[in-house]
Write a protein that binds this ligand. Structure first.
Ligand code: FMN
Length: 370
């Protein structure tokens, strides 16, 4: 098994825009409030401290145990998160097989803080799922998904983003989850609403805070947008006045340290959540943390190091999953990691055409040759 080695710490400075330089010189004038923004305060989710306040977004079929270990290896992340898990599916799987579903592998042995994300529209199943997770798996945080627009979740099951059509129902579900979770904080992840004709994030914010949630993450898109268009950060910021006590985490399209910085400074969120950018750059949290602390951004891994990261990831999938499943997940992730490679389109095609893990390893080795 390959072990992830610490990477070299050579430095690379990045340019600030004129406006950012101006903001920093104002801060150097002594405003304490602004100082706090440059080095954002740790976020408290109930008793769990997230420091730095940088959150790894849940991504179905990507943010498994091995990916989360990779993110932890590079550092800078405050809270990692599983992909979404159906509460009823989890209970039924465990009762039938005595095993956890694949999405929850590794949660009991990996470093935290870690959130387990559940989705469910049925109150009783949600209570059972939350109670099981809280008593058997003891994550740092249980996150509830009210943002997934997929047909499987929001279709006839009426879960995920479909619940944004009925904010009061979200309140009932959150209150039930909080009760079942005991001492484990429950957080909530939403979108701005189902569609642009019904913006409900402000209302949902009030409802979930009253129901006892410990934090709220807002992805700045509507469910009907899926991943199209741009995240609306003004709409995320507009939620802030509707929360009295709990932190607001902003999410959507953050792909650079500078963008994360702007989210804290211009949209006054308490934390920032990063999803897709962490797939092609699992070191992005380290880079953002350095930038926010006023330190140089470390150099990205070399081609050799990227190849080792990917081959190590493939090894770990192979050790844990059936070959066919390991191949599918490895291909998906490999396509993301080569995102910024020269000839990425050609390499992605070769990756998706690999018929075995051995063939995939050969493609990866070639793709990262100097
Ligand atoms: C492939 C994929 C899978 C996702 N899976 C989940 C999920 O399991 N749970 C969830 O709350 N959001 C999920 N999302 C949404 C992300 O968590 C995040 O809100 C979205 O990608 C926007 O953030 P980003 O621009 O930093 O990627 C998924 C998004 C993508 C692209």
């Amino acid at each position: 098994m390959r072990v992830y080695q610490p990477l070299g710490q050579s430095s690379m400075c990045t340019e600030l825009s004129a406006k950012e330089q101006e903001t920093i010189s104002r801060w150097k004038g002594g405003s304490l409030a602004a100082e706090r923004l440059l080095r954002p305060k740790p976020v408290a989710l109930g008793s769990v401290v997230v420091d730095p306040p940088l959150f790894q977004a849940p991504l179905l079929e990507y943010t498994n145990h091995f990916f989360r270990l990779l993110v932890r290896h590079f550092g800078g992340v405050g809270l990692t998160c599983t992909e979404l898990v159906h509460a009823r599916g989890l209970i039924e799987c465990y009762e039938r097989t005595g095993q956890l579903p694949e999405q929850l592998w590794g949660v009991d042995i990996e470093p935290g803080p870690l959130a387990i994300q559940l989705w469910e529209s049925d109150l009783q199943w949600l209570k059972r799922g939350v109670a099981f997770v809280a008593s058997q798996l003891r994550p740092s945080v249980i996150d509830l998904n009210f943002g997934c627009p997929s047909h499987r979740v929001a279709g006839h099951s009426g879960g995920g983003a479909a619940l944004l059509k009925t904010p009061e129902r979200i309140g009932e579900l959150v209150a039930a989850a909080v009760e079942s979770a005991g001492s484990i904080p429950v957080t909530v992840k939403i979108r701005l609403g189902w569609d642009p004709s019904t913006p409900v994030a402000a209302r949902v914010a009030q409802v979930v805070e009253q129901a006892g949630a410990a934090g709220l993450c807002v992805h700045g898109r509507y469910a009907t947008q899926r991943m199209g268009g741009k995240a609306d950060w003004n709409a995320i910021a507009a939620v802030r006045p509707h929360l009295c006590r709990i932190p607001l985490i902003g999410n959507g399209d953050i792909a650079t340290p500078q963008a994360a910085y702007r989210a804290f400074v211009h949209y006054s969120v308490d934390g920032v959540m990063i999803g897709r950018a962490a797939l092609s750059k699992p070191w992005i949290f380290r880079d953002i943390a350095a930038y926010l602390a006023g330190k140089p951004i470390p150099a990205p891994p070399t081609l050799d190091q990227k190849r080792e990261i990917l081959l190590g990831y493939i090894d770990r999938l192979e050790e844990s999953l059936a070959p066919r499943r390991a191949l599918v997940l490895a291909q998906k992730y490999a396509c993301r990691l080569v995102h910024e490679q020269v000839a990425a389109t050609r390499v992605r095609l070769a990756i998706s055409q690999a018929r075995s893990l051995a063939e995939l390893r050969r493609v990866v080795a070639q793709a990262f040759e100097r």
